[in-house]
Design a protein around this ligand. Structure first.
Ligand SMILES: NC(=O)c1ccc[n+]([C@@H]2O[C@H](COP(=O)([O-])OP(=O)(O)OC[C@H]3O[C@@H](n4cnc5c(N)ncnc54)[C@H](OP(=O)(O)O)[C@@H]3O)[C@@H](O)[C@H]2O)c1
Length: 136
């Protein structure tokens, strides 16, 4: 199964068609379906095109909604606690979630690739995962 999804799924805009190729945000319903049928979900735009690393710039419109600030605050807190970048925390959260989501990641340098690959080894302690889950 290969729906497009976002790292921070949006309960306020279910079914929103995203500008890139008719993709949609991952919904709770979709994630439940993936779990129930033992499927694997692959997700595009998990790094929001690099926006996590450029906090001074506005988020792309379709990823900016009333829950965004809360989610970004939780992400910043977890990143700081772990000494990991926001990108790495997002990827670790997706990979280790239930259901696990396989992020399709684009990079524009070897340093970015190394940073993303290191996320596969990043352990999210349960209390920090919970903090992120509760912000979604
Ligand atoms: N989204 C789609 O509809 C789609 C469709 C077909 C194929 N794809 C492919 O899927 C892959 C993922 O693309 P995506 O569109 O979903 O974008 P994405 O993975 O959300 O964002 C990729 C961008 O994130 C930034 N980035 C990557 N690693 C980083 C790091 N460690 N720290 C900071 N910034 C980092 C880079 O931006 P900067 O260059 O600005 O630093 C990179 O170009 C790409 O190979 C793309 O060609 C995507």
């Amino acid at each position: 199964m290969n729906p497009a999804a976002t790292a921070l799924r949006s309960p306020v805009r279910p079914g929103t068609t995203l500008p890139e190729g008719g993709h949609v945000h991952a919904s709770d319903e979709l994630l439940d379906y993936v779990s129930a049928h033992g499927l694997t979900m692959f997700a595009y735009t998990t790094l929001l095109w690099g926006a996590y690393s450029r906090p001074a710039e506005p988020l792309p419109e379709h990823y900016d909604h009333p829950g965004t600030d809360r989610r970004l605050r939780a992400l910043a807190k977890v990143s700081e606690e772990l000494g990991a970048s926001p990108v790495q925390v997002v990827l670790a959260w997706l990979i280790g979630g239930h259901p696990a989501v396989v992020p399709i990641v684009g990079v524009s340098s070897v340093a970015q690739l190394d940073e993303c690959l290191a996320a596969a080894e990043l352990e999210l302690p349960s209390e920090l995962r919970q903090l992120l889950d509760e912000a979604v």
